[in-house]
Design a protein around this ligand. Structure first.
Ligand code: ADP
Ligand code: PAZ
Length: 316
């Protein structure tokens, strides 16, 4: 054991150790919930949901209760009327590592806890600058890099949520047009839990300011954060597979930005996807995403078949 192992803020669980935590609490999923989960990913493994994601939602549930208690005590101390503020969960990790799939699993599973909390899911791609603006800034080939997001708008959104505003709007991105949709908004109304999913959510502020109090991290607004991790070769493979699959679906849509790629052969699709991966997504992973891994409260490490084989949980 290295010296640093003694000072790591994380406790490490094998898949087996983590799954055993289920035994302390009856955790089953109903046929109805299985249907719901299969609805958005038909290859999702149900043992995986039971072994990994059920204990995880139990942990998050315990956290939400403790955080409500803390909030209540603070309101009493400040002699202030208690407002309803949502519990915010951040999910970070590479493009194609499986963030949105995990976010949707958590969305379904968290909604089932007692009193059926209202859970909303927001992806940070809505906060990307529009393609026009990216062109104007000459960073169209850096979509997903820190400078391609309107972080100020994201911080304003999170601040409105955490100040208990009853109705908050988020911008929406389309993977069909490959651009932000100017006329579409996602309405978030009095949620109990909000899941914020995106590659950039654990990143530090880009500009150092003179006033320390102005230096706000997106993650300052999170009550709990998760980093989804996997070997780079696996993530690359998943990226290529998803790209190939999109030829039969999204790319066929006449409005698709990638319409002209719908008829690529397997080999052409591989080369095209590899090029985008190398130039943009892999570079972003190494330079900006991976360095934020240890800022998360929980690191889920996936093996080659999307099965989680290690969990690191922050103990302090
Ligand atoms: N648990 C899983 N089981 C099987 N396939 C998965 C799983 N998670 C993700 N995938 C697949 O991997 C690809 C990337 O997942 P996705 O959730 O879209 O990633 P991200 O949101 O991080 O870009 C998709 O094709 C998705 O269907
Ligand atoms: C839209 C994304 C930046 C991801 O955004 P996120 O919701 O994680 O903030 C990414 O999926 C993307 O499109 N990257 C650009 C390169 C590519 O086409 O893969």
């Amino acid at each position: 054991m290295g010296v640093m192992d003694n000072v790591t803020p994380f406790t490490t669980f094998t898949r087996h150790e983590w799954a055993a935590l289920r035994e302390s609490y009856p955790m089953e999923i109903t046929a109805d919930e299985i249907e719901k989960l299969k609805g958005f990913n038909d290859v999702l493994n149900m043992d995986e949901v039971a072994d990994i994601y059920l204990p995880l939602t139990r942990l998050i549930h315990l956290h939400t209760i403790a955080s409500q208690e803390l909030y209540r005590s603070r309101s009493i101390f400040l002699q202030k009327q208690e407002k309803k503020v949502p519990y915010i969960i951040g999910i970070a990790g590479s493009v194609a590592v499986g963030k949105s799939t995990i976010a949707r699993v958590l969305h379904t599973l968290l909604s089932r806890w007692d009193r059926h909390p209202r859970v909303d899911l927001v992806t940070t791609d809505g906060f990307l600058y529009s393609n026009d603006e990216l062109e104007r800034r000459s960073i169209m080939n850096k979509k997903g890099f820190p400078e391609s997001y309107n972080v100020h708008e994201l911080l304003q959104f999170l601040s409105a949520l955490k100040s208990g505003k009853a109705r908050v709007e988020a911008p929406v991105y389309s993977h069909i047009t490959y651009d932000v949709m100017p006329d579409e908004k996602q309405i978030v109304e009095q949620p109990d839990i909000v899941i914020i999913e995106g590659i950039n959510v654990l990143q530090p502020p880009r500009r150092r300011t003179i006033h320390e109090e102005d230096e706000v991290y997106v993650s300052d607004y999170f009550d709990f954060s998760i980093y989804v991790d996997a070997a780079e070769e696996d993530v690359f493979k998943w990226y290529v597979e998803r790209f190939k699959k999109l030829r039969e679906t999204a790319f066929r849509n006449p409005a698709s930005y990638f319409r002209r790629y719908a008829d690529l052969t397997d080999e052409e699709a591989y080369h095209f996807a590899k090029d985008i991966w190398d130039r943009i997504n892999h570079r972003n992973l190494k330079e900006n995403i991976q360095p934020t891994r240890h800022r998360a409260d929980l690191i889920l490490r996936k093996g080659p078949h999307h099965l989680v084989n290690q969990i690191k949980m922050r103990k302090i």
